[in-house]
Design a binder for this molecule. Structure first.
Ligand code: PHE
Length: 434
């Protein structure tokens, strides 16, 4: 069977940006900046993005394009027994997707509630059964897009969703900048503060957020790279995706903190910021309904293209390694996700499914969204650099590229990234269990 391919470079770029830009940029970035003292967080974050996230992105794309296969096939081709490493990565990705779809469902639910002129707040909302309902709806939408294929499904959807997201974001930022305390909000996180430079919990938050936001370490970039033509430059495309991702996080934070500081809200509100704190504001300001609709549509476009990319990782593994058709693969995965995501969906419903007083979804976000993703990033950087010929990788990276990457990428990916990831992981696990 001939491997599917992106229709154009733009299509690939938009799909890459669509995967990177997600809830992580709008919802997660702003609350993590809030919890980590604003401006103090910015420097560790920038370093994490450029010194660690970007090199790993380039590496993942290059391995995918070299072997032209799913995560499991690429790992198997590196070393037969490594196929199990591939299976672990695909499994982690599937678990993250199972709860990511639940939150994607919230964006559609809040959009619908806004359009129906309901002013239900998050607490009331989470006592209904809307969460499981909308989870099922978005799971079907995601499966449908992926079933249509790389070019007519993923690429076409990204070409609509990503530019729309840009326009909606522009609209919101214009509004946010007219608010009375916009400047205070912006200063809150632009003012660098070097006094916390040696605070390692901040560094760990920065690494976690950088990897999550760029979608590195979960096999997505590898899978997307496997559909990319040899004539495209991996280096410049990766740089563009990274810059867009960073820019969108910053613009989203400008929007959110202008609102937070203009309405005396708590910047460190945590994960509830987007779904509970902001709707409060929307219900009191002029044109609030319209703003709310734009905001949730924006969140939805961001979340859907990321869900699609995670869905594609597992689907590609079913296609390449279990030799199933795309239609069958996506239907089987849909079935798995409906079961796997149900506990997360029910944890924000009338049933209140919790473990130790904490919603099931929050546990998964802690364990899989940050810890396991760093672990799989560690597996990826180690297997691609220690067990595979670096010269082949370097050739692949620099193919048709205007800027050539030297051996420094291997110094980073072979030593620095694994050491840092290991350290951050160990510290997190230590904090979590002791
Ligand atoms: N990068 C996406 C975001 O910022 C989320 C994501 C994480 C997607 C990991 C795939 C893998 O929301």
């Amino acid at each position: 069977m001939v491997r599917e391919k992106w229709g154009s470079r733009l299509g690939f770029l938009l799909a890459g940006i669509g995967s990177a830009v997600g809830l992580g940029n709008v919802w997660r970035f702003s609350y993590i900046v809030g919890q980590n003292g604003g401006g103090a967080f910015l420097m560790p974050y920038l370093i994490s993005i450029f010194a660690f996230g970007l090199p790993l992105m380039i590496l993942e794309f290059s391995i995918g394009r070299h072997f032209k296969g799913s995560v499991v096939s690429c790992m198997r081709k590196i070393k037969n027994s490594f196929k199990w490493v591939g299976v672990v990565i695909v499994a982690v990705n599937t678990v993250v997707l199972s709860y990511y779809l639940v939150i994607t469902g919230w964006t559609v639910a809040f959009l619908s509630l806004t359009l129906l002129k309901s002013d239900m707040d998050f607490n009331t909302f989470s006592q209904t059964y809307y969460t499981p309902l909308f989870f099922v709806i978005v799971a079907f939408i995601t499966a449908f897009v992926v079933m249509k294929g790389v070019k007519s499904g993923i690429e076409r959807t990204s070409k609509i969703m990503v530019p729309s997201l840009g326009i909606l974001l522009l609209g919101m930022v214009v509004y946010a900048l007219t608010l009375p305390n916009a400047v205070t909000g912006i200063l809150f996180y632009f003012k660098p503060d070097l006094s916390t430079f040696n605070d390692h919990s901040m560094w760990s938050a920065a690494f976690g957020q950088a990897f999550f936001s760029l979608s590195v370490g979960s096999g997505i970039l590898l899978t997307y790279g496997s559909y990319l033509d040899e004539k495209e430059s991996l280096v410049s495309n990766s740089a563009i995706i990274t810059l867009f991702d960073l820019m969108i996080s910053i613009v989203s934070a400008v929007i959110i903190f202008s609102i937070v500081f203009s309405f005396n809200l708590e910047p460190a509100a945590g994960p509830n910021l987007a779904f509970s704190t902001l709707p409060h504001v929307f219900s009191t300001v002029p044109y609030g309904m319209m703003l709310a609709a734009v905001f949730y549509l924006l969140l939805f476009s961001a979340a859907l293209t990321s869900s699609i990319s995670m869905f594609e990782v597992t689907t590609a593994a079913f296609i390449d390694d279990a030799h199933l058709s795309r239609a069958k693969s996506s239907m089987i995965l849909l079935g798995i996700l409906l079961v796997l995501g149900l506990p997360s969906a029910l944890s924000y419903s009338g049933m209140n499914l919790q473990l130790g007083g904490i919603p099931f979804l929050d546990h998964l976000d802690q364990l899989f969204g940050s810890l396991a993703i760093m672990f799989t990033a560690l597996l990826i950087s180690v297997s691609f650099t220690w067990f595979f010929d670096n010269r082949i990788v370097k050739n692949q990276i620099n193919k048709n590229s205007r800027w050539n990457v030297g051996n420094s990428i291997f110094v980073l990916a072979k030593y620095m990234i694994p050491i840092v990831l290991f350290y951050v992981l160990a510290a997190r696990v230590f904090n979590l269990f002791l």
